[in-house]
Design a protein around this ligand. Sequence first.
Ligand code: SF4
Length: 213
Amino acid sequence: MVNRTNDARVPLIGIDRHRIATDGHGVTTLVGFFGCPLRCKYCLNNQCHDKKRQWQRLSPQALYNEVKQDELYFLATGGGITFGGGEPCLQSRFIKAFREICGEAWNITVETSLYVPQSHLRRLLNVVNTYIVDIKDLNPHIYSEYTCLNIDLLNTNLEWLVHHVKPENIFVRVPSIPKFNTPIDAEKTVEKLKNMGIINIERFNYIIPKKEK
Ligand code: SF4
């Protein structure tokens, strides 16, 4: 029987091999999907919104054929594929089909804003090993100012995630966002995350693209 999901091709903004100890365990290959629902003011991946460009389109099988050359590195280091973007969770069908092809031994990580219909997260349960969540700021006003979207969907999905995924598999990044939040705001976000049971929390500073300075 033909598996249509395995044949579906999605646009990718890039594939980056041989990444070590960044954005996932061990040696990873970063696969960036086109498309993101957010409009972050300091987005460093603005190409993921550029509909005019002709992006490379791959099926899960074609992607596997391209990235499997690094399988020995993945297996030796506990690494694998980190799906980013753009928003990878919007491509949950693709990632699930890819998992069925690559098997259980590879670590699959998503770098996500969690700003997706929850059906995508449900589909990815038991498919994804590690979640890296770029949370922005949990103050509703700061969040909407910075992303141009209402925070409610993020809150709902974050609650869902902490109830369905082991804490050791969730990593949340809390940025200091120049002109949008203060260190005190970021610390309040950290406190909220801790109260939810999240244990892996990283503070960092956003880099402002040159034209924004
Ligand atoms: S979530 Fe990431 S890719 Fe999407 S707009 Fe924000 S910075 Fe850009």
